[in-house]
Design a binder for this molecule. Structure first.
Ligand code: C2O
Ligand code: CU
Ligand code: CU
Length: 548
């Protein structure tokens, strides 16, 4: 057993201090560190932490539809508490879809409707959002479209009602949250999926409480396949592995530790994380819900669908062989919005919260017995370890690996180019102090304003492409609902490797301007863009746009 956290906690704190007050005085070396570090502060766990590489990698089960009707797959899923063993010998209560964390993986087809009927068996309101989905507005998981607990229903026990107070509907100036489409007990989300094959994920999006509710487990994978992807000779079956990366902290008894107030208190909405305004970093690295796990692999190619599901942590992933030697490269084949036009070979993968990266790793060059460690070189101390691959056999049952990564991936990939006719809009993500008398509170804002449900920042036309410029004072992973976009410039330079392909989330680094071309296809209605650092999101760094 070992302890982690204190040194990195201090380091994290220094980094964020540099980002805020002293930004203008950081030297070049400071900038480099700032650009690589995570925004946030480590919340240290109580009690001993496990040794790394002691447990096998779990893979979330694939959900089964309860029926297929009229060209749709219908699923029923319940949000409920589950007791799971994350730390050896201790039990953690998760808030999970079907009581598990990560939730079940939904495997869907492009253009075939998926219907998710969600029952809320928890004691708190929830909202389910399909991240990366081209979804009609009423199913998109708008933060005030609450699904109230089933046991809140009229005539049911009132305890949950008392517990909820009027949270999310306060008079604190955070917005008129009464206008949500509220359901009790059950809610049906419809996903028509008019979009390419891609690695999506679903997660809680409740107004002011996304950070603690995702932290407790309300997240899972949603994979869309299509014919174009199915024709490619990529590794498949159990060599196509989704990897949800997130960091968590634990109490002595094994329960999740997060600074948000207990859900039964009546908090000032969204701002229970006041001690952690920059974001909460855990000191235990989880992959698919297991701490520093190991995956036994054959010496063949694997497709890994990396998802950064952390609240605030950023990753620079590298493969390292024994003795610190390089452990090979990643061949990136897809990004948030699906397959790239052509693969790109990368020594490192940079991922901000919310981003996905689909990459093939070939273990063929490693003798049986090799151990290859996935490292996060953007982290400190024990958090530099993520998971390990253990090469235990040549090929599966001796057969050849006939997978490959073709030089041309997606013929459907269309590169957008800027034109003078495209509307230009600017979104500035910045810390703002509100209130007076020297005791104003800090908010994370877009264009100087905290989120209000009634305020619309942009009204793009359905089917149009617009040039959106994101600027920031800090690290903000900017996520746009509905629209997919392509990055055309970062800090006045060409996009970074991590910006490749169709994206829905892009890391905007301190004092940087990122320009994207966003296509508003699919549906008219109200959608949002926001920072995907979940603590920033809960502290009002969200805005609406209306597709007209
Ligand atoms: Cu992954 Cu609006 O969120
Ligand atoms: Cu989203
Ligand atoms: Cu942010």
């Amino acid at each position: 057993m070992r302890r982690l956290g204190r040194p990195s906690s201090r380091r994290g704190f220094l980094a964020l201090t540099a980002g805020v007050g002293a930004a203008m005085t950081v030297g070049a070396a400071g900038w480099a560190r700032l650009a690589g570090a995570s925004t946030g502060r480590v919340l240290a766990s109580e009690g001993p932490l496990p040794e790394p590489f002691g447990v096998p990698l779990p893979v979330p089960p694939v959900a089964r539809p309860v029926r297929g009707e009229g060209g749709a797959d219908v699923y029923e899923v319940e949000q409920r508490e589950g007791r799971v063993e994350i730390l050896p010998g201790r039990k953690t209560t998760v808030w999970g879809y079907d009581g598990i964390f990560p939730g079940p993986t939904f495997v869907a087809r492009s253009g075939r409707r998926t219907v998710l009927r969600v029952r809320n068996g928890l004691a708190v309101p929830t909202v389910t959002h399909l991240h990366g989905g081209v979804t009609p507005p009423e199913s998109d998981g708008y933060p005030t479209d609450l699904l109230l607990p089933a046991r809140c229903s009229p005539g049911g026990p009132s305890q949950a009602h008392d517990g909820m107070g009027d949270d999310g509907m306060g008079d604190d100036g955070m917005g008129d949250e009464h206008d949500g489409r509220v359901s009790i007990g059950y809610r049906t989300y419809e996903y028509p999926l008019p979009q390419r094959a891609a690695t999506l994920w679903y997660h809680d999006h409740r107004m002011d409480f996304s950070a603690p509710q995702v932290w407790r487990g309300l997240a899972g994978f949603f994979l869309i396949g299509d014919e174009e992807e199915a024709r490619l000779p990529l590794p498949g079956g159990d060599r196509d592995v989704p990897l949800m990366l997130c960091d968590r902290s634990f109490e002595e008894d094994g329960s999740f530790r997060h600074p948000a107030p207990a859900p039964t208190s009546a908090p000032a909405p969204g701002h229970g994380h006041d001690a952690f305004p920059d974001g909460v970093l855990g000191d235990v690295q989880l992959v698919n819900g297991a701490p520093w796990p190991v995956l036994e692999v054959s010496a063949t190619r694997y497709r890994f669908r990396f998802l950064n599901a952390s609240n605030a942590r950023r990753y620079r992933l590298r493969l390292e062989a024994e003795g610190g030697r390089p452990g090979g490269r990643f061949v990136q084949i897809g990004s948030d919005g699906g397959l790239l036009g052509a693969p790109q070979s990368l020594a490192a993968i940079d991922m901000a919260p919310g981003e996905r990266c689909d990459a093939v790793v070939d273990f063929a060059g490693f003798p049986v017995g090799s151990r290859i460690t996935l490292r996060n070189t953007a982290a400190e101390g024990g958090m530099r370890d993520v998971m390990r691959f253990h090469v235990v056999r040549r090929g599966r049952r001796g057969e050849r690996d006939d997978s490959r990564v073709p030089a041309r991936l997606a013929a459907s990939f269309e590169r957008l180019s800027p034109s003078a006719a495209m509307p230009v809009r600017v979104f500035d993500f910045r810390r703002t102090h509100t209130g007076g008398g020297g005791e104003g509170r800090q908010m994370w804002t877009i264009n100087g304003r905290p989120f209000r449900t009634g305020a619309v920042l942009a009204s793009p036309c359905l089917g149009s492409v617009e040039r959106w410029r994101f600027s920031s004072d800090f690290h903000h992973p900017v996520h746009v609902h509905l629209a997919q976009f392509q990055v055309v410039a970062r800090g006045g330079r060409p996009p970074a490797a991590a910006d490749a392909g169709w994206k829905d989330t892009v890391d905007v680094r301190p004092y940087e301007v990122v320009e994207v071309l966003a296509r508003f296809a699919g549906y008219r209605g109200r959608y949002m863009l926001h920072c995907h650092n979940l603590e920033h999101e809960d502290m009002a760094m969200m805005g609406n746009f209306q597709v007209v």
